[in-house]
Write a protein that binds this ligand. Structure first.
Ligand code: FMN
Length: 314
């Protein structure tokens, strides 16, 4: 599994929240300020550097960290972000920072910062005026910080990081994925609509890019009728890291109507006699899930020299 290192500085806390959120979403990860950095973190696979902008510049500790660690940092994929009020200025700062590296910067982004005049220490309060004048901003509280933006940014970084792993050839990966799906029969189906979320353990069967679930009904349909986007987890019991095996699936579902010929084709595919279904005293419903993306954590990948986590898109 790829490990992420987030090194940041923060004076009034907003960059700290960004760094912590990135570490949570990209985990396994560690987030630390420059003074907390340990040499062993040099072995991490993906690096994120974050700084607030003060008086038109990144934090000197972050600049110092880059200068002192340039050798090993230049060997890693690095993402740069800054927390700021003036986004244009922020991007200019990141472009200047980028020049300290080779061509290993995989992304540079600004995150909206916040300014609470009451929180500032005296020196910052005094020097703030010149920055605000220069940026043509009023001398008042400003809050451009949005947790939604931070989460979107973290998810973008997660995708970037996942693109960097040692990938198995997609056709080979599909064989591993399908073998696993065919050798299991129980999943947890997660459905949601607005504030309603539900995880349901269910028997399934797999065929050619689709998961099928036969069910008498239940509260999951309250979500499925309103939102066809679902997630499924299928996994072995946990018996230690050496035998990890589990997948998280994203897909789109259809409720197959009994009046359709497809309904009966699926019953045939499952190998159930049609008369058994017809003679049931209650409705038998079919949920068909088209697989879009499978994130597969599988100990067997490591043996082939690939990353333990592989992603298959259908
Ligand atoms: C004295 C002072 C100077 C600032 N200078 C800038 C600046 O030049 N450009 C900018 O975009 N934001 C500037 N800001 C806003 C900060 O970047 C913003 O408040 C950020 O969220 C702070 O991050 P932190 O909470 O992690 O310290 C300044 C704030 C203060 C208090």
């Amino acid at each position: 599994m790829q490990r992420t290192l987030v090194v940041y500085e923060s004076r009034y806390g907003s960059t700290r929240v960004v760094a912590k959120t990135i570490a949570l979403i990209l985990g396994p990860a560690v987030h630390c300020v420059v003074d907390e950095f340990k040499t062993e973190y040099q072995d991490f696979d993906f690096v994120v550097l974050g700084s607030p902008i003060y008086r038109g510049d990144v934090d000197p500790k972050i600049r110092g960290f880059i200068n002192e660690n340039r050798d090993w940092l230049s060997e890693k994929p690095v993402a740069l972000f800054c927390t700021c009020i003036d986004r244009k200025g922020g991007i200019e700062n990141l472009k200047t920072l980028e020049k300290l590296f080779g061509n290993n910067i995989v992304s540079k982004d600004t995150i909206g910062g916040r300014l609470k005049l009451n929180n500032l220490d005296l020196e910052d309060y005094k020097t703030l005026e010149s920055f605000l004048k220069q940026a043509d901003l009023p001398f008042e509280d400003m809050d451009f910080f949005s947790m939604e933006e931070v989460i979107e940014y973290s998810l973008e970084l997660k995708n970037l990081k996942e693109d960097l792993v040692k990938r198995l050839d997609p056709s080979k990966l599909r064989v591993y994925v399908e073998d696993f799906l065919l050798s299991h029969n129980t999943c947890t189906l997660a459905t949601s609509f607005k504030n309603r979320v539900r995880a349901t353990p269910l028997e399934y069967f797999y065929s050619d890019g689709f998961i099928y679930i036969l069910t008498e009904g239940g509260e999951k349909f309250a979500n499925l009728i309103m939102n066809q986007n679902v997630s499924l987890a299928i996994h072995d019991p946990y018996n230690g890291m050496a035998s990890l095996a589990g997948m998280q699936i994203t897909g789109k579902c259809d409720i197959i109507q009994k009046s359709s010929s497809e309904y009966w084709d699926i019953i045939d595919l499952k190998g159930i006699n049609r008369t058994v279904i017809e003679s049931l005293p209650v409705d038998m419903n079919i949920i068909k899930i088209g697989l879009k993306r499978v994130e597969f954590l599988y100990h067997k990948f490591r043996k082939g020299g690939w990353d333990t986590k592989q992603i298959l898109t259908f």
